[in-house]
Design a protein around this ligand. Structure first.
Ligand code: ADP
Ligand code: MG
Length: 458
C-alpha cells in the first residue's frame, strides 16, 4: 500500500528528481499528532531532531517567543507562525485591532464600510476596562455575559454571568494571583503587557499564564440551533504573507456541537454553552463513535434545505468578510516576514438571524483527530498546507487553487474564473467553504500540468 494518503507519491518523486534545488527537505516539529504523520510520509522530507539544522519548522509559539529573534534563516526556510501572531490570536488584541480598524474605516471610507466590521460581540478587556464594562453592563440589565481568559484555549477558565457580584468574586480570585488592584489601575493601553504578549498556547498544550487577563464579552443568547443544540464552526485560513496580504481558505471544516440541549436557564453548565471538543468529550453522554462534529459540507446542505441557496450564499459571503476584515485589521501590525506562514483556526458562531459572529482566531488549532473522519480532514488539510507552502518549489505563484485551498485574497479580492457575475454585477469571490472538495483530482491535474510546463521550458 502506498504510504502517501493522497496517492500522489509517484508524481512527487518525479517532480523532486527534476528539481535542481535541495535534494531533501529537513523538517522539525514538536507536535506528535496528525502533523507528524503527514510530515513523515511526505516524499523527500526527512526529520531532524534536537539541534539539527532544518529547512522547515512547525514550531509551537513558545519556541517562537524564546528563539525567533536570534535565529538566522536562509532564504528558503519556512516556519509555521508569524513573530507576533498574538495580535490576532489573543482575544483582547484581536478585539483591540478590530476596534481600531473599524474607526479607521469610518474615517477613510464612511459608516457603511465600517459597519462591515460589526461581527464581534461587544467586548471589554479586564481588568483594565472594568469601568467601561460596568457602564455598559448597567445599560442592559439582565443580559448574559461571558468571561474568557485572553490566552487560554479549550474552554478553560471560562464562565457566564448576569450579575456584577459574579465579577466581584472573579476579582477576588484573580487578585490573589497578583493582579494589580482595579482602583490602582485606570483604563489604559496594553503597552505594559508587551513582554508577556506572546503567551497564547496551542490547543494541544496546556500551559497557563502566571497572571491572567480576561475579556468580558456579550454572550450570544440566540445561537442557531440544530436538533436543539448549539454549535460553532471551525474554519481554516492559511496566510502566506501580510504585505501584500495573501490568504487561502480551506473548503472543509466542521461544526462542533454541544451534547446537551440549549437553554438559558443553566448558565453554569459548560456542556450546554461551550462547544469546544475538549469540553464536550468529558460529558457523560458523549459517544466517542458519534462524536460531536458535522463536516461543513453537511452543514451547508442542511442550511440550504432549510433556508434556500440565497440565504446560505449570503451567510457564507458574510463569513468571508470576517476573514478578510480580521486579517486586514492586523495587516500593518503583524511583522511580515517571508519565512513565516500561519494556519489559523477561526471560531465562528451563527445566530438565529443567520448572522455569523467571530469568537476568536487560534494560532495553533488542534491537529489531534477525534475520529477517522476528523483524521482524514486534518491530514488532507496539512498536506495541502504543505503544497501551498511549496518547499519543493513546484508552483508558479499564479495558482488560484491548490487541493482544498482556494486563494481568497491576493492584495485584493480574487475572483472565480468560471461563472457569471452575481445579481448586483459583482464578480464572485473565489471561496468555496463547505462546497465539494475534490482535492485529489485537482492536485493530480495541477501537478501534471506543472510538470508539462517544466518539460516544455527545459
Ligand atoms: N460571545 C459568545 N457567545 C456565545 N458563545 C460563546 C461566546 N464566546 C465563546 N462562546 C462559546 O465558548 C466556546 C469557547 O470560547 P472561545 O472564545 O473559542 O475560547 P477558547 O479559547 O477557550 O476556545 C466557544 O467555542 C463557544 O461555544
Ligand atoms: Mg475556541
Amino acid at each position: 500500500a502506498s504510504p502517501c494518503a493522497s496517492g500522489l507519491c509517484g508524481m512527487y518523486s518525479a517532480a523532486l528528481s527534476c528539481r535542481e534545488q535541495r535534494a531533501l527537505i529537513r523538517f522539525k516539529t514538536t507536535l506528535m499528532n496528525t502533523l507528524m504523520d503527514v510530515l513523515r510520509r511526505r516524499p523527500g522530507w526527512v526529520e531532524v531532531k534536537d539541534e539539527g539544522e532544518w529547512d522547515f519548522y512547525w514550531c509551537d509559539v513558545s519556541w517562537l517567543r524564546e528563539n525567533f529573534d536570534h535565529t538566522y534563516m536562509d532564504e528558503h526556510v519556512r516556519i509555521s507562525h508569524f513573530r507576533n501572531h498574538y495580535e490576532l490570536t489573543r482575544k483582547n488584541y484581536m478585539v483591540k485591532n478590530l476596534k481600531r480598524f473599524r474607526k479607521q474605516l469610518e474615517r477613510e471610507a464612511g459608516k457603511a464600510e465600517a459597519a462591515k466590521c460589526d461581527f464581534f460581540p461587544k467586548t471589554f478587556e479586564m481588568p483594565c476596562e472594568y469601568h467601561l464594562f460596568v457602564e455598559e453592563f448597567r445599560k442592559n440589565p439582565g443580559i448574559t455575559w461571558i468571561m474568557k481568559p485572553v490566552a487560554r484555549s479549550q474552554g478553560k477558565g471560562i464562565f457566564l454571568f448576569r450579575k456584577l457580584k459574579d465579577i466581584m468574586d472573579w476579582r477576588k480570585g484573580t487578585a490573589s494571583k497578583k493582579l494589580p488592584s482595579l482602583e490602582a489601575q485606570p483604563a489604559r493601553a496594553n503597552t505594559n503587557l508587551s513582554s508577556s504578549h506572546d503567551t497564547r498556547c496551542s490547543d494541544d498544550q496546556k500551559d497557563e499564564l502566571p497572571v491572567e487577563n480576561y475579556v468580558a464579552q456579550r454572550y450570544i443568547e440566540n445561537p442557531y440551533l440544530i436538533g436543539g443544540r448549539k454549535f460553532d464552526l471551525r474554519v481554516y485560513v492559511l496566510v502566506m504573507s501580510y504585505i501584500p496580504l495573501r490568504a487561502w481558505l480551506y473548503r472543509d471544516g466542521f461544526a462542533r456541537f454541544s451534547n446537551t440541549r440549549f437553554t438559558l436557564t443553566s448558565i453554569d453548565d459548560h456542556y450546554v454553552h461551550l462547544t469546544n471538543v475538549a469540553v464536550q468529550k468529558t460529558s457523560p453522554d458523549y459517544h466517542p463513535k458519534k462524536g460531536c462534529k458535522w463536516m461543513l459540507q453537511r452543514f451547508r446542505q442542511y442550511l440550504a434545505s432549510k433556508h434556500g441557496p440565497e440565504a446560505v450564499e449570503r451567510l457564507f459571503r458574510d463569513i468571508d468578510n470576517i476573514f478578510i476584515k480580521s486579517l486586514q485589521s492586523v495587516q500593518k501590525v503583524i511583522i511580515s516576514d517571508k519565512h513565516c506562514f500561519e494556519l489559523y483556526g477561526y471560531d465562528i458562531l451563527i445566530d438565529q438571524d443567520l448572522k455569523p459572529w467571530l469568537l476568536e482566531v487560534n494560532a495553533s488549532p488542534s491537529l489531534t483527530a477525534s475520529s477517522q473522519e476528523d483524521y482524514e480532514l486534518k491530514t488532507c488539510l496539512l498536506e495541502d498546507t504543505l503544497h501551498v507552502v511549496d518547499m519543493e518549489a513546484r508552483l508558479t505563484g499564479r495558482e488560484k487553487r491548490v487541493g482544498g485551498f482556494d486563494l481568497m485574497w491576493n492584495d485584493g479580492p480574487v475572483s472565480r474564473e468560471e461563472g457569471p457575475p452575481d445579481l448586483s454585477g459583482n464578480s464572485v469571490t473565489n471561496t468555496h467553504l463547505g462546497c465539494i472538495n475534490d482535492r485529489k483530482k485537482q492536485l493530480r491535474q495541477l501537478f501534471r500540468s506543472l510538470q508539462m510546463q517544466k518539460k516544455i521550458s527545459s
